[in-house]
Design a protein around this ligand. Structure first.
Ligand SMILES: Cc1ncc(COP(=O)(O)O)c(C=O)c1O
Length: 380
């Protein structure tokens, strides 16, 4: 029968402990979630700053619907680009100190849009090995040349750039790596790019809101990053994404980025609420301090035998090894009232399945103590 592979591929995934299943979440905030009527401590949310449900953001969303309606009604180049979008773009430019900003409906599409529209026979992309799927999909399989450098290995990157025959080189990295929680050194990356006449693209999905005195992300360490992508669906607690860049790239994307041109513009109410969220992020530094405090507490409470990867972010990865081990550990923690997800291949490399703990500013010290105690017991 045609399309038999649909069923067989999924069955194979199941046999390998790799089958993905969705869970119906009945309620959630950055501290708790409810599944099947049972409340769990939530350590799997990307709402790092605990801004989801914030009354000022909710109010701005409602005001936005009142002013602009529930959708943008068209793609940006037709008639979908409205005052709320312009207002948010200006807010981002001022926040990150960049000349231009362009809004997308997701981080996935923003990454794909930039890389696929830049690709041509004179362009080479150099991506960190641990780059997100959207960066890989955007860079590989296009007309341009794409190569991955060893994770955070700048000597390797330098060697690739020095020997590159391409006149247009783009170095791509995440600011904070989504599955390991470690950070790129964007200042060193900037120097290497400058020496080798390359441009630097940083996906700041997990650094925006978290890094910097005003939550400005990786630009806190390197103000000269050429292109910044950040999603609004994590610390910013709305949805969509933006690219912050110079005038030339902005105009190029408006003309050639298919994900921008052929997609309905972000809901203007969402843009309106996002601008308010950024204002809160800029001024409420206590949320970042709380994450740092809780993160430190967590690492001091874990037993020596727990393999916690070094991190300076909200993301704490505990590598266990096999898919089976990760699933079993996550299930045992669930039985203790703790919700966190087992991360398995292909999201991470084979043999490095792990628990990914996300620390949010809404957690309390008692939550972290309980989490660490439970992990110490579950992982022997
Ligand atoms: C590093 C990174 N880049 C891009 C994305 C995609 O962002 P979005 O969820 O807005 O599509 C994600 C997360 O999902 C991510 O972790």
């Amino acid at each position: 029968m045609s399309f038999d592979f649909l069923r067989t591929r999924v069955e194979q995934q199941d046999l390998l402990n790799l089958k993905r299943r969705r869970v119906l979440v009945e309620q959630q905030n950055a501290r708790h979630l409810v599944v099947d009527g049972k409340q769990y401590l939530n350590f799997s949310s990307n709402d790092y700053l605990g801004l989801n449900h914030h009354p000022e953001i909710n109010k701005a969303l409602a005001q936005g619907v009142e002013k602009f309606g529930s959708c943008s009604s068209a793609s940006s180049l037709i008639s979908g680009y409205q005052y709320a979008h312009q207002h948010l773009e200006e807010k981002v430019c001022q926040w990150l100190n960049k000349p231009k900003c362009l809004l997308f409906n997701s981080g996935f599409s923003a990454n794909q849009a930039v890389l696929s529209s830049l690709a041509n026979e004179n362009v080479a992309f150099y991506l960190d090995k641990l780059s997100h799927a959207s960066l890989i999909d955007g860079a590989f399989g296009q007309n341009g040349y794409a190569k991955r450098f060893k994770h955070n290995d700048y000597a390797h990157l330098d060697q690739l750039l020095t020997t590159s025959k391409y006149s247009n080189k783009l170095v791509v990295s995440e600011g904070v790596f989504s599955m390991d929680g470690d950070a790129a050194d964007t200042a060193i990356l900037g120097n290497i790019c400058q020496t080798n006449h390359a441009k630097l693209y940083i996906d700041d999905a997990h650094a925006i809101g978290i890094k910097g005195t005003h939550g400005e992300g990786s630009v806190a360490d390197n103000a000269d990053i050429d292109i910044i992508m950040a999603t609004c669906g994590k610390a910013i607690a709305t949805s969509g994404a933006f690219i912050a860049c110079d005038n030339d790239l902005h105009d190029y994307l408006v003309n050639f980025a298919r994900h921008y041109i052929y997609s309905t513009a972000m809901s203007p109410a969402n843009a309106w609420a996002t601008a308010v969220s950024i204002e809160l992020i800029e001024k409420e530094h206590w949320r970042r301090e709380k994450i740092n405090h809780l993160s430190q507490l967590f690492s001091t409470k874990l037993d020596q035998h727990v393999n916690l990867l070094p991190t300076s972010s909200s993301i704490h990865a505990i590598v266990l090894g096999s898919e089976q081990q990760a699933i079993e550990a996550a299930n045992k923690l669930k039985a203790q009232g703790i919700w966190l997800t087992a991360i398995r291949p292909p999201t991470v490399a084979k043999g490095t399945s792990r628990l990914r703990v996300t620390m949010c500013s809404s957690h309390k010290e008692q939550d972290i103590n309980y989490l660490a105690e439970s992990i110490n017991k579950v992982i022997q």
